[in-house]
Design a protein around this ligand. Structure first.
Ligand code: GLY
Ligand code: MN
Ligand code: MN
Length: 426
């Protein structure tokens, strides 16, 4: 409200339901910005904020309560629920939006909204303004400025409150349990989708119904496909398994990757590449501290990986030249990580005034270096080909430095091997 300022208005729409096929819908997922501001988990809703409005500053448009709808589809708040349970000062039927909104825009200077994201809302706002303009001869002032709400909102979302961190810790905790569990269950002959099923089973059993993103369960060379989603192949003895999976807790994500041997024991070549990725991850995590620039972690990972790739013979030449010419990119083609929050690739600027921004406490990010050696990479020894490794943790920037939220899943080679061996022995 303070950032919108008196005399202005902000408008934000909920997500809509989407058809999966014919009359079957995808599970509804609320728009993260809308949920951040309202906690309201229904489609067909619109929130309006008008600082200083006497009849109420926070207005929620939503579906009216409908007995028949409640019978078929279940609970929905209705107009009374919107004010009683969601702290809206005032509520109106969503069907009346076109009649009511132009009046709310009257004599406002700026309209804040998520500009250019939802074509329908963009269109509606212009329609309401056009409608209002027609009355301008009767002395009504029409808003003169349209402002992106996201700029303000996303900066707020970048810094997590204690309440938000509680949800993120829960998402992380449950995701760790699931990763650890499948590490213990994995054996040659299982299919990737069976591992995925175990992960989802664990999330749901712990009360977290939704994944934060589709799980990647990639055995052997499938791990070299960065967004592998087929999860359809049989796991083979001697291969590594890369799992990138995270649960969502009340709209907050966890995002964890672990890579481990299908049969519980790393080969020498796998061990060498794995240790290199792990060293790069530790080096990157050490760069997480308030006041350090966001790209330092990435640069640290590039340095460790390039040195290691030269030592192992996958790259040839001077380390500094290889880094300058980005030669590591054929094996490490993504960045070190991303902001994490309600969206797995969360909102917030990475650069301010064209400079990498400095880390501040309350930010949460992932640190996820990887190496992916294509199966047909003729420039390297056969023993390296078809190996894909990523290690990903979620890291909170604290006042003193960092806290790894997802440390409960083993990632040291001996820890992984002994956890897996213990299971085989049992
Ligand atoms: N799971 C998506 C990512 O790691 O960025
Ligand atoms: Mn991930
Ligand atoms: Mn990630």
């Amino acid at each position: 409200m303070q950032q919108i300022g008196q005399g202005n208005i902000a408008i934000i729409a909920s997500a809509s339901n989407h058809i999966r096929n014919r009359d079957v819908e995808f599970p509804f997922r609320q728009d993260s910005d809308f949920y951040y501001l309202t906690g309201f988990n229904e489609a067909d809703s619109l929130a309006v904020f008008i600082p200083g409005r006497e009849q109420g500053e926070y207005i929620l448009f939503c579906r009216e309560f409908d007995q028949k709808k409640a019978l078929w589809e279940g609970a929905h708040a209705g107009l009374e629920g919107a004010t009683e349970h969601y702290e809206a000062d005032d509520s109106f039927p969503i069907d009346d939006m076109d009649e009511i909104l132009p009046g709310m825009l009257e004599n406002k200077s700026k309209v804040f909204y998520p500009m250019g994201r939802d074509g329908e809302l963009d269109h509606q706002i212009l329609e309401w303004i056009t409608h209002l303009r027609k009355q301008s001869r009767s002395g009504v002032n029409v808003p003169g400025e349209l402002v992106s709400l996201e700029h303000f909102l996303h900066e707020m979302r970048l810094f997590k409150s204690v309440e938000e961190l509680k949800l993120m810790r829960k998402a992380a905790e449950v995701s760790c349990i699931a990763h650890k569990r499948v590490m213990q269950q994995c054996k040659p002959g299982l299919y990737e989708y069976q591992i995925e099923a175990e992960i989802v089973h664990e999330f749901m059993s712990e009360g977290l119904r939704y994944v934060a993103y589709p799980s990647i369960v990639a055995g052997g060379k499938n791990a070299c496909v960065l967004h592998y989603l087929d999860n359809k192949d049989k796991l083979k003895k001697g291969d590594l398994l890369l799992i990138d999976a995270g649960a969502e807790c009340d709209h907050y994500a966890a995002d964890i990757t672990r890579t481990f041997p299908v049969s519980g024991k790393f080969s020498l070549a796998q061990k060498q590449l794995y240790q290199l990725v792990l060293d790069a991850q530790y080096a990157a995590i050490e760069q997480i501290k308030p006041g350090l620039a966001w790209n330092k972690a990435h640069d640290a990972s590039v340095k460790v990986l390039t040195i290691g790739l030269v030592e192992l013979g996958l790259l040839k030449g001077r380390v500094s030249t290889l880094i300058k010419n980005e030669k590591y990119k054929q094996f490490y083609m993504h960045r070190i990580g991303h902001w994490l929050g309600m969206d797995v690739h969360d909102v917030g600027d990475y650069k301010l005034d064209n400079e990498w921004r400095l880390l501040e406490s309350g930010m949460v990010l992932t640190i996820e270096p990887g190496l992916y050696i294509p199966e047909d990479c003729e420039s390297v020894d056969v023993k390296w080909r078809g190996i894909g490794i990523r290690i990903e943790d979620d890291v909170l920037v604290t006042k003193q430095g960092y806290e790894v939220l997802t440390g409960a899943v083993p990632k040291e080679i001996d820890e992984i091997e002994s956890l897996m061996q213990a299971t085989y022995a049992a």
